[in-house]
Design a protein around this ligand. Structure first.
Ligand code: BV8
Length: 252
């Protein structure tokens, strides 16, 4: 656990005095739950596939069963994992701040499982499926099913209810996240390579709106140079230390 002294005291003081905080998470916050990050080398029989190629409408059109099997494999991985201290710390921060918005690029549902009440899912949810033709049916897919299901309404293939590359994000979720980025006092980017648009633009919207931007990531990203403070560290260690520093002492 990093010493909370690693947080500049002025950051803790500023956080304690601010009203509104927006957090953007990426695959890195689920890494310590054992869920491989999106860009990490895929394991087993998926090692030879590029996720950027599989998470596309073209791949599904070409081989729907292959893409469905990839998501079934991921759902099984996620179902065997549980939220880590990073997810749990965000539940504490949600209760601590007067206004708290959690925006995630992740499709694993881990924030909700950890107890976060209000989560904006920019890229959908891997445990939901929808009709691939006209989206007429959406089902909660609690258990991964091996066979590629058909829409009960129109008979078309069902597909994971996630946003693929080249597809637009859900309009309401995108609007909510832009609003949260442009109206917060502090924006915290956690566990994202800051490469995937339009999510990667959110911290820059916060910067333009004169918010304080913090980053938590073991690696440097395109955001690092622009953030007011960038902590090289793991979400599962840094976020609990941050929550502890805020809860300590005279409170807000
Ligand atoms: C769209 C769901 C309109 C599916 C995903 C502008 C410029 C250039 C290109 C574009 C642009 N606008 C749009 C595009 C095209 C494209 C895009 O962004 N391309 C990239 C390559 C540049 N965007 C789109 O297509 C989006 N749609 O904009 O529609 C449009 C369309 C076409 C052209 C123009 C406009 C849709 C994007 C959504 C794609 N779907 N997921 C699925 O999951 O199967 S994205 C996928 O990547 C995941 O959701 C993932 O979350 C997301 C982002 O990756 P990260 O979360 O950052 O994960 P990553 O593995 O990259 O990094 C992990 C990080 O964690 C690392 O930095 C690591 O250091 C760190 N880490 C590791 N361990 C820890 C840790 N951090 C903390 N603690 C740890 N322990």
């Amino acid at each position: 656990m990093p010493a909370v002294e690693q947080f500049p005291i002025e950051i803790i003081a500023h956080l304690k005095s601010c009203r509104s905080v927006t957090v953007l998470t990426g695959a890195g916050i689920s890494a310590e739950s054992g869920v491989p990050t999106f860009r990490e080398a895929q394991s087993g029989l998926w090692a030879r596939f590029d996720p950027m190629q599989l998470a596309t409408p073209q791949a599904f059109h070409k081989d729907p069963q292959l893409v469905w099997d990839w998501y079934t494999w991921r759902r099984e991985l996620i179902s065997a994992s549980k939220p880590n201290p990073g997810h749990l710390a965000l539940v504490l921060l949600e209760a601590y701040f007067q206004e708290f918005n959690l925006v995630t690029q992740n499709v694993d549902g881990m924030h909700q499982l950890a107890g976060s009440k209000q989560v904006v899912e920019l890229h959908g949810n891997i445990f939901r499926t929808r009709c691939s033709r006209i989206g007429c049916t959406t089902t909660e897919q609690t258990l991964p099913s091996a066979s590629l299901p058909l829409c009960p309404e129109c008979g078309s293939y069902m597909r994971p209810d996630v946003v693929w590359f080249g597809e637009s994000l859900p309009a309401e979720a995108l609007q909510e996240s832009i609003q949260a980025a442009s109206s917060c006092d502090v924006f915290i980017s956690v566990g994202t390579s800051s490469l995937i648009e339009p999510a990667a633009s959110l911290p820059f919207i916060a910067l333009q709106a004169r918010a304080n931007v913090l980053e938590i990531n073991p690696q440097v990203t395109p955001l690092t140079q622009e953030a007011h403070f960038s902590m090289r560290g793991k979400a599962g260690e840094v976020l609990p230390a941050l929550a502890a520093a805020l809860m300590r002492g005279e409170g807000k």
